[in-house]
Design a protein around this ligand. Structure first.
Ligand code: COA
Length: 260
């Protein structure tokens, strides 16, 4: 896998680090980055050797400082809607990825950058990270899912404060409101993200895929979500790995999962 705007590095355990590499523009999401992310995640979805993904930004200053503002002034109602729909589709692909995706937020995560982090399953931030939805400063609003995912993560009131004021918040504040799972010193960020990914990748792959699927239904009415959980639980019980998991526990040994 080779992309002009992404560095993609896969370790021996199948843990992939995807680094958005446009440091001169603070890794802003132009059309090429979005197309590369789309193709990269499609490729990784089809590659069973991939056990999990970390997304980060190049350089020490930014994770992603937003969608690329250079195109904004030329958008009209039709092209603006198409622009938002395309971004939403690509971030949906990331959110629906069947293995864990962790955002390692190494600096500014603004606008589309905050939205990209929110499309990941888990967010780990460096102490220097800053989060925000500053679109109102540009006369627009979040278009890559921010008005929907932010309130689901932090509640409507705090989401409203961030989206309406356009103000940035610190990594510590992001942790307090539940926007990030963990804050670590900048030089420990990638190791922390990969360590969490390694923990997850050691579990039964189908149990992880079904868990991710069940979590996606947590925004549905409870009855519907519970129905889906029972269905997925049944599917998990029919896997070889579920027999291996229980047997290994009873035999007091580590399980050897096969992904079947
Ligand atoms: N799109 C395109 N280019 C961007 C960008 C974006 N979202 N964010 C930053 N850049 C570019 C700047 O234009 C600048 O380019 P230049 O060196 O050619 O002038 C370069 O990245 C460095 O940014 P700069 O603004 O000089 O750095 P700073 O440290 O003074 O400020 C930020 C950093 C993140 C506070 C500031 O860049 C910013 O506010 N960016 C826009 C954030 C935003 O509104 N995002 C939401 C978009 S929907």
């Amino acid at each position: 896998m080779s992309f002009s705007t992404l560095d993609v590095d896969c370790d021996d355990d199948g843990l992939v680090t995807v680094t958005i590499n446009r440091p001169d523009s603070l890794n802003a999401l132009n059309a090429q980055v979005m197309d590369d992310l789309d193709l990269c995640f499609a490729d990784m979805e089809a590659d069973s050797s991939v056990r999990g993904v970390v997304i980060t930004g190049s350089g020490s200053k930014a994770f992603v400082a937003g969608a690329d503002i250079t195109r904004f002034a030329s958008l009209d109602a039709e092209s603006g809607e198409a622009f938002a729909l395309k971004g939403q589709r690509i971030f949906h692909r990331i959110e629906n990825f069947s293995r864990a995706v962790i955002a390692a937020v190494n600096g500014f995560a603004l606008g589309g950058g905050c939205e990209l982090a929110m499309a990941c399953h888990i967010r780990i931030a460096s102490e220097t990270a800053r989060f925000g939805q500053p679109e109102v400063n540009l006369g627009i609003l979040p278009g890559y899912g921010g008005s929907q995912r932010l309130p689901r993560l932090v509640g409507k009131g705090i989401a409203a404060e961030m989206i309406l004021s356009g103000e940035m918040i610190s990594a510590r504040r992001a942790y307090e409101i539940g926007l990030v799972n963990l804050v670590v010193p900048a030089d420990e960020l990638l190791d922390a993200a990969l360590a969490k990914l390694k923990t997850i990748a050691a579990k039964a792959p189908l149990a992880i895929a079904y868990s991710l699927e069940a979590l996606r239904f947590s925004d549905l009415p409870l009855e519907e979500g519970l129905r889906k959980e029972a269905e997925l639980f049944g599917k998990a019980c029919a896997t070889e790995d579920s027999v291996e998991g229980a047997t290994a526990f009873l035999e007091k040994r580590a399980p050897s999962f096969k992904g079947r």
